[in-house]
Design a protein around this ligand. Structure first.
Ligand SMILES: Nc1ncnc2c1ncn2[C@@H]1O[C@H](COP(=O)(O)OP(=O)(O)OP(=O)(O)O)[C@@H](O)[C@H]1O
Ligand SMILES: N[C@@H](CCO)C(=O)O
Length: 317
């Protein structure tokens, strides 16, 4: 469950007075999600999502909320935050930084078709075309310096084979930085549970709370690694091809990006292997949630290491 901070009706009514949001009609806690407290809120004017941020510092939330607004204003299907009467997207409720965003329709898909993957590729490319012009900057907080920190933090929790895999992969990644690739604001976590579909239409990209400035092609690798993962945690050829083709139809990759892709897929698998290992070994206090399986991304990393020419197949029309 993910209502870490309970909100009472009188608190919400008072909170809503800061916004031109109409009168509260109903609200209910949202069970999904593991990071923040989320409620659906209905007023006589809007259907909204209220988020109380449980872990972020208030000064980094502006980037996320401004990016959501910027993208929504550039026809990317993200949830536009509602400004307070004095023009701020961020407020405070129950002692926590809090924001109201428009509720998007649709539901997450657990088992996407190749067609859905193509659509996600197209929309992610549109996200990148727009976000390249987003004027704010946020340093990536899950990039190589963080991975090196995890290497130390997790050392005693890995067996010898996994330690060797991590050491070797990190050493290789450090020799191949991605700073020369086209950069801008990326989503950073565009997994299946962060995209809403209604019938065959993509209606929403949510949970931009890992957004940061990084290479666009890395963001594509993060997304393909989840959307196209097969049951045995390799990649499904048909879905990976479809998603790559969807992306390329909207934003072609330059030769540097194409060349970098095999290592970017590995970097993306490494990032989620490590974050899941950290969540498993060091669960956050008071969190009533299951951990996601790190082994899925270790298996995927090994898969990418064994198949370095896969990206050429997906890029070929
Ligand atoms: N703008 C929105 N429109 C519709 N539903 C939303 C919106 N934002 C969030 N939700 C719903 O709330 C749920 C939780 O949101 P979210 O994924 O942002 O949670 P979180 O706890 O912040 O993050 P995480 O997924 O990393 O645990 C989503 O699965 C979705 O059902
Ligand atoms: N998408 C992440 C969790 C949220 O960052 C994962 O599946 O490990």
């Amino acid at each position: 469950m993910s209502v870490f901070t309970t909100v009472h009706e009188h608190q919400l009514t008072e909170f809503l007075q800061q916004f031109d949001a109409g009168t509260l009609q109903s609200f209910e806690g949202i069970a999904a999600g593991i990071e923040n407290t989320n409620y659906f809120v209905t007023t006589d004017r809007y259907t909204l999502v209220l988020t109380l941020f449980e872990h972020h510092q208030p000064d980094e939330l502006g980037y996320f909320l401004d990016l959501m607004a910027f993208l929504a204003e550039h026809d990317v299907p993200t949830a536009h935050p509602l400004p307070t009467r004095d023009g701020s997207f961020l407020s405070t409720l129950n002692g926590k930084p809090a924001a109201l965003v428009k509720r998007l329709s649709g539901r997450a898909i657990e088992r996407p078709s190749a067609r859905a993957c193509r659509t996600v590729g197209e929309v992610l490319a549109g996200f990148h075309r727009a976000s390249g012009a987003f004027p704010e900057f946020r340093t990536p907080d899950r990039a190589l310096p963080w991975a090196q920190e995890m290497q130390m933090v997790l050392a005693d929790h890995l067996n010898a084979a996994d330690r060797a895999l991590l050491d070797e992969e990190l050493a290789l990644q450090v020799r191949h930085p991605r700073t020369h690739l086209p950069q801008g604001a990326i989503h950073g976590d565009l997994f299946r549970d962060n995209v809403l579909f209604s019938d065959e239409r993509l209606t929403g990209i949510i949970d931009l709370y890992y957004a940061c400035n990084d290479a666009f092609a890395y963001d594509l690798a993060v997304a393909i690694n989840d959307w196209c993962r097969s049951d045995d945690h390799g990649l499904d050829e048909a879905r990976a091809h479809a998603m790559m083709q969807g992306y390329l139809a909207v934003r072609p990759l330059n030769p540097d990006e194409t060349e970098a892709l095999p290592l970017l897929f590995r970097a993306a698998a490494l990032r989620f292997w490590l974050s899941r290992m950290k969540d498993l070994c060091f669960p956050r206090a008071g969190e009533l949630t299951f951990s996601k399986d790190p082994a899925e991304f270790r298996t995927l990393l090994l898969h990418h290491r064994q198949d370095p020419t896969a990206t050429q197949r997906w890029i070929a029309a």
